[in-house]
Write a protein that binds this ligand. Structure first.
Ligand SMILES: Cc1cc2nc3c(=O)[nH]c(=O)nc-3n(C[C@H](O)[C@H](O)[C@H](O)COP(=O)(O)OP(=O)(O)OC[C@H]3O[C@@H](n4cnc5c(N)ncnc54)[C@H](O)[C@@H]3O)c2cc1C
Length: 281
């Protein structure tokens, strides 16, 4: 095994629950016992065939059943390209509505993860089409994209629920802020809009300054929002925040963990965070 593979394995154990649902549920219970909720994610993306999408749909349905029967406190996250968006928008919408129908019976929230730029418009349009019927759903918005403040405004105006992140994908300067400072500032702009116009949203970040501003804004606006962090990143801070706030730990699992870990490792900023989190816990 190469050094990179070994590092990937070490990293994966730190922030992926395991390869199967049983391990994921065990890890979710452990996290729940620490007053934290989970955002469970069966790993899958970029699926081009209906056969693969159907396999993923089976797993997602089983995940919902298990979360319900084992009384797991939390939500799930699915990727649009995991649930059929590459095949066609109508196929994605059919699958998304099936997930929403089951999840709403169990009172479980379904987050749509945000993927590459080309999927942003259809992800938001589909989200806005369904959230009127199913209240138990939210969508991720990437603050590094220049369009995101407008997207946040549009979603908030429709009473939708945003999970705000900086964004994990690389984009050209025509569509995205390149400087970390500019991404941070756009995050604050989007967050400020949410505080003044939205009732429910999630601040998903490990950035101390953002978290501090969010906690102060909760008092100013008399709003109780939720926070999100990735499993294994800044666990001590997550536990501290969970004492007084609604903290949600993103918990990926599944056979695709190697692919997922390798892609994360290739993003240098993320790698620095992960290496620091391995050292500091
Ligand atoms: C719940 C959740 C869901 C997500 N969903 C998506 C999604 O659907 N689509 C998407 O594109 N991205 C998603 N992401 C990833 C996100 O876009 C970012 O890539 C990731 O969260 C890193 O950004 P950050 O806000 O933590 O800020 P960063 O700028 O990466 O980190 C902030 C600062 O926090 C400090 N810090 C971070 N980690 C540590 C540590 N371990 N120890 C000490 N200090 C540390 C450092 O000072 C760092 O500069 C998600 C993230 C979370 C938490």
């Amino acid at each position: 095994m190469s050094v990179i593979d070994s590092l990937g394995m070490l990293v994966a154990r730190k922030w992926i629950a395991g390869e199967d649902l049983q391990h994921a549920i065990q890890e979710a219970k452990r996290i729940n016992s620490h007053k934290e909720s989970v955002i469970m994610n069966y790993l899958g993306e970029d699926l081009k065939s209906k056969k693969l999408v159907e396999q993923n749909m089976d797993q997602i349905m089983q995940l919902l059943d298990q979360m319900h029967s084992k009384k797991i406190k939390g939500s799930i996250a699915v990727k649009p390209t995991q649930t059929g968006l590459i095949v066609s928008t109508s196929y994605f919408e059919k699958n998304y509505s099936m997930i929403l129908a089951k999840a709403s019976r169990y009172d479980i929230t379904v987050w749509l993860d945000m993927e590459q730029y080309r999927f942003v418009p259809s992800t938001i349009n589909t989200y806005l089409k369904f959230h009127k019927r199913y209240k138990n759903t939210g969508v991720c918005i990437q603050a590094k994209l220049k369009r995101s403040l407008k997207d946040v405004e549009r979603i908030a105006k429709h009473n939708g629920m945003v999970r705000l992140v900086k964004g994990a994908y690389k984009y050209p300067s025509t569509i995205a802020f390149q400087d970390k400072r500019d991404v941070y500032n756009n995050y604050l702009r989007c967050m400020a809009y949410l505080f003044s116009h939205a009732d429910k949203f999630m601040i998903a970040s490990h950035d101390d300054k953002i978290i501090k501003i969010a906690i102060n804004s909760e008092k100013k606006y008399h709003k109780r929002i939720s926070f999100g962090m990735l499993k294994g990143v800044r666990s001590s801070l997550a536990a501290k925040i969970a004492e007084s706030e609604d903290m949600n730990i993103y918990l990926p699992y599944g056979e695709e963990w190697i692919k997922y870990s390798m892609r994360r490792l290739s993003e240098w900023e993320h790698t620095k965070i992960i290496i620091r989190s391995i050292i500091q816990g």
